[in-house]
Design a protein around this ligand. Structure first.
Ligand SMILES: N[C@@H](CCC(=O)N[C@@H](CS)C(=O)NCC(=O)O)C(=O)O
Length: 109
């Protein structure tokens, strides 16, 4: 029962938020260097994003990696699609594609 509830919760969060970051800690107080770096890249772009602190949500921390076959955090979703973790976000920030993606996603919201 808990497993189904957790999956439904995750799918709702992803559906309701055009940009959502599953991370350790909060944007104001990240609790892992990978999450900190990812928040830094998103803040540089300056578009709004939702977040879930998986350290405060152990069921989500356990379930999300299985749902989207991505084993680690952070995980960035844009318009319902998993973009990736810290490495991918930093690469996309460097080549300009993160800005383009987020501008498009938040313009549609
Ligand atoms: N290369 C990864 C690094 C992320 C990573 O290694 N995260 C670890 C440590 S924070 C993790 O989430 N481990 C699984 C867990 O703690 O649930 C990325 O690009 O995001």
């Amino acid at each position: 029962m808990q497993v189904l509830d957790t999956e439904a919760r995750i799918r709702k969060q992803i559906a309701e938020n055009p940009v959502i970051l599953y991370m350790k800690g909060t944007p104001a107080a990240p609790e892992c260097g990978f999450s900190r770096a990812t928040v830094g890249a998103l803040n540089k772009i300056g578009k709004p994003f939702a977040f879930v602190n998986v350290l405060a949500a152990p069921h989500i921390r356990e379930k999300l990696p299985k749902l989207f076959q991505w084993p680690t955090f952070p995980q960035l979703f844009v318009n319902g699609e998993l973009i990736g973790g810290c490495d991918i976000v930093l690469e996309m920030e460097a080549d300009g594609s993160l800005q383009a993606l987020l501008e498009k996603a938040t313009a549609q919201a």
